[in-house]
Design a protein around this ligand. Structure first.
Ligand SMILES: *Cc1c(COP(=O)(O)O)cnc(C)c1O
Length: 411
């Protein structure tokens, strides 16, 4: 019988580790006061030996849980062969990785990068070049239409079209060329897409915004609008993709195909940063030698781990787990609506839970859950984001949901 943590972690080991972080690392995060020392499957253990269920999964970077044996084995095997060549030379993992990722996602070509933000940056650059060289938009006049409350990363260009003031303030001047419309509003999108539109960039489900699922038909309409305007549809699947919603790509639920997809997070198996832009060969094919790149992009270790991730996804097991466990999660969470919760959204093993006014704040709820041995993180004040690893057992999922029910009802 595994015992969950009970009460706040107050030991010297915990306090010392937090004090060192506070003193020496920049304060660009506000973590929960838990200091993790080990992880396995859906569980992590802190420096005092307390165990917690991981209900966040590194924002879906840990879809396969902590230290999945197949992923660790692939990493270790590659660590013992070669880890970095730079793209100045070929290596034997890049071609197979790109082919297998293209086949998994039903696409034609792959541009490997490292972080999610880099994949988004790369997609923006490719879309702009395609717009000037292929679509024929006059140089420098291409626009990319994006959605309000988006989250696409933290670079200066990407925060240029964020609507989150905290993410933007003091980081200007900003990159021009972006048009922001409300998410889920197809008419607003229709009004914004013109002959100057190079691309429409959307999250199929907005994770950071609180797991916002757009209205039925919105993404299909976005596809049609892009077709009519001769613009590219770019789906940012960095958080929604790779089995999180029960399919390889969240867009698969809509029967919609994007021209480019950005992938990241789970593509690195929770082991190292691996991202990619995947999509049409005639679009990604606009890049010529020297125009774009990254020293670590597509390195042998990243490709070997990415290939092991693709092997896990090609069995369909994790998609099935997300679907089945997700149905259970949503059935149970929906029982809380009206009882400490105002709304639950999401798809597959992924949910945004809005805590009712008068209940705990999102931060208080996250801390209370931590004290009950369940780790998740609030977003936007009063929303809990639930994304357990897809390897979690149903009994553990239920323990976590029981704790959530207890915490959101407390007032
Ligand atoms: C996390 C995330 C990113 C950025 O990824 P990083 O690896 O943190 O740079 C971009 N888009 C979406 C949808 C994300 O969830």
């Amino acid at each position: 019988m595994t015992t969950l943590a009970d009460g706040p972690a107050t030991s010297t080991a915990t306090a010392d580790a937090i004090a060192a972080d506070e003193r020496w690392s920049t304060h660009n995060y506000h973590p929960l006061p838990v200091v993790i020392a080990e992880g396995e499957d859906a569980w992590v253990t802190d420096v005092d030996g307390r165990r917690y269920l991981d209900f966040l999964s590194g924002y879906s970077a840990l879809n396969f849980g902590h230290r999945h044996p197949g992923l660790v084995a692939a990493a270790v095997e590659q660590l013992n062969r070669v880890t970095l060549t730079s793209r100045a030379f070929h290596h034997d993992q890049l071609g197979p990785f790109c082919q297998e990722l293209a086949e998994l996602t039903g696409t034609e070509m792959v541009l490997p990068m490292n972080s999610g933000a880099e994949a988004v940056e790369s997609a923006i650059k490719v879309a702009r070049k395609w717009a000037y060289r292929v679509k024929g938009i006059p140089d420098g006049q291409g626009e990319i239409v994006v959605a309000g409350s988006n989250f696409h990363g933290r670079t200066t260009t990407i925060v240029s079209f964020s609507t989150d003031e905290t993410a933007r303030a003091d980081f200007g001047p900003f990159t021009p060329g972006f048009v922001v419309v409300p998410y889920g509003d197809a008419d607003a999108l229709a009004a914004a897409v013109t002959e100057r539109t190079a691309a429409v960039l959307l999250e199929p489900i907005q994770g950071e915004a609180g797991v916002i699922v757009p209205p039925d038909g919105y993404l299909a309409r976005a596809r049609r609008l892009c077709d009519e305007a001769g613009a590219l549809l770019i789906a940012d699947e960095i958080q929604s993709g790779l089995a999180r919603t029960g399919t390889v790509l969240a867009l698969d639920h809509e029967g919609v195909t994007a021209d480019l997809y950005t992938l990241g997070k789970a593509l690195g198996g929770g082991i190292l940063p691996v991202s990619a832009v995947v999509g049409r060969a005639d679009v990604l094919g606009v890049l010529r030698p020297g125009e774009h790149g990254s020293t670590f992009g597509g390195n042998p270790l990243a490709c070997a781990v990415g290939r092991a991730v693709i092997r896990l996804l090609s069995t369909g097991e994790f998609q099935q787990r997300s679907t089945a466990l997700g149905a259970h999660l949503h059935a149970r969470l929906s029982e809380l609506v009206g009882d400490g919760v105002t709304e639950v959204r999401g798809r597959g093993l992924w949910a945004g839970v809005d805590i009712a006014p008068g209940g705990p704040t999102g931060r208080q709820a996250s801390e209370a859950l931590m004290e009950r041995g369940v780790l998740c993180k609030e977003t936007h004040g009063s929303t809990l984001r639930i994304a357990p690893p897809l390897v979690i057992g149903e009994d553990d999922l239920d323990r976590g949901i029981d704790a959530i029910a207890e915490v959101v009802r407390a007032r």
